[in-house]
Design a protein around this ligand. Sequence first.
Ligand code: SF4
Ligand code: SF4
Ligand code: SF4
Length: 272
Amino acid sequence: MTTKYSKLVDVTRCDGCRACMVACKNWNDLPVEPEEFKGSYQSHDKCGANTWNVLTFDEHVAEDGRFEWLFRHSACMHCTDAACVKVCPEDAMHYTEFGTVNTNYDKCVGCGYCVQNCPFGIVQLATLVDEKGKEYEQAQKCTMCIDRLSEGLMPSCVEVCHMDALVYGEKSEMEALAKERLALVKDRYPNANIYNPIGVDGTQTFYLLAEDPSVYGLPENPKVPMSATVWKDYAQPLGKAMLGVTTMAVIGGFISNKLFNKEGEEGGERDE
Ligand code: SF4
Ligand code: SF4
Ligand code: SF4
């Protein structure tokens, strides 16, 4: 069995400096996306094709009347059972040797089914230009800095986090650390909890939250749509054997659009 590696995001330690956002842009050579001031310190509404992590700022009044300013490093969750992998008709979305989820850019055709079905509203399409000047679209999101992991380095955002709010390592060790830290913050944050949702079989970006997931705009029980599971695990393997890979990709695209999109509208975060 592959050893899973995870990024623990301990929001109780985050001071909102946003060094993680800058480090991600810097390492991954992502263009700057200036935004207008909208009355909040949050720079971008949500993760985008060129902004792979966003520091969310939420104002919250705790049960005892205390005002809290809550920060959250949001990025791809790297779901163990990932909807984006399930619905991708080209197998471009795939699991890596680190237990994370990445896009194979050579295979991605920009159909957008992963965008429609991600329960966290993370992956987005970037518009790029090929060598002949023709525009095309491609799914883009946090890669967990796989190029750094392959060299034995930490993800760029983890490397720069001066509060130790972002920690990366073997999943079992990160889970133990999250439990230790949860016990330490319970007095200060009685609603503190570990967010590692079972509906997607756990995630490789997981959280120690100070308040309930909904306070941070996270879905309480994100799930892979049933139609996606039936399609990927049963219909597609059978269909490929009978009809061939290309035909099934076309059929998959049609079904994703009609069926998965309908289910995707029912749940999940779209406004990080
Ligand atoms: S670098 Fe660390 S402390 Fe700074 S915003 Fe990101 S998670 Fe928070
Ligand atoms: S958060 Fe969305 S894009 Fe990331 S692995 Fe899960 S389903 Fe895929
Ligand atoms: S792991 Fe890498 S790609 Fe993902 S948010 Fe952090 S810096 Fe960006």
